[in-house]
Design a binder for this molecule. Sequence first.
Ligand code: HEC
Length: 238
Amino acid sequence: MIAFLAWFLSQYIGDRAAYIHIGALIGTCMAANVFTTIIPSQKALIGAIERGESPDPIYGLNAKRRSTHNNYATIPVLFIMLSNHSPMTYGHEYGWAILTALIVIGAWARHFFNLRHKGIVKPSILITAVLAFVVLVLIARPQPMAQMEVGEAQLTDNQAFAIVMERCATCHSRSPTDDIFVVSPGGVFLESGTDILRLLDRIEARSILTHDMPFLNKTEMTLEERALLADWIKRTKG
Ligand code: HEC
């Protein structure tokens, strides 16, 4: 169900937002487990003991089942809470599939610790979880931009600055002109050559290796500009 919802949401809202929505969904289920089942079961148990009756085992079983569900959801939810810092995951073409895989791997890794808690140690679970994670990272890792024929069209420094300023400075400036971001997000300024040269690595990470900036491509940076900029950054970094 979560895989379907992740895919479904990513058709209508940005993948970055889809991740957070899935996290909110799982988090809401976890909270609901606590308030609708775990706490009421405990109250019923205590009530029965206070009345001197032997408590109905169903309460204990229900509470246990819901805490187990919550337990498996913790690693995935923790990751999703931080996911907006990982454009490599949500920024991937199949971001929803990466999310689903991460949820499964997170729960699988948790399974190892849950079994160990019961005295059963199965290293194979942890090893396969780590292996699956490494494979996923290899699949999702940012690919160098397909070598676009830049040929004669190499950018001069000033041309490169102009592209970055046009596409980025509406938000990333000391006085942004964007209608939503009235303060530069992340305190990142990209409105002069000095600013840009200082942040070459970050510009490369966010707009070349991943295409996560400009935010939602609001300023409509083209693929050609990214390719030209990639070439310029490579030459500039030397
Ligand atoms: C429409 C507004 C907008 C535009 C245009 C924009 N950004 Fe951003 N930028 C954001 C927001 C919002 C954040 C904070 C959230 C985040 O880090 O993902 C951010 C954060 C950043 C950061 C800080 C986080 C980090 O990775 O170090 C960098 C660097 C960055 N943007 C680079 C760029 C570049 C390069 C461009 C142009 C190619 C650009 N941005 C265009 C909105 C924008």
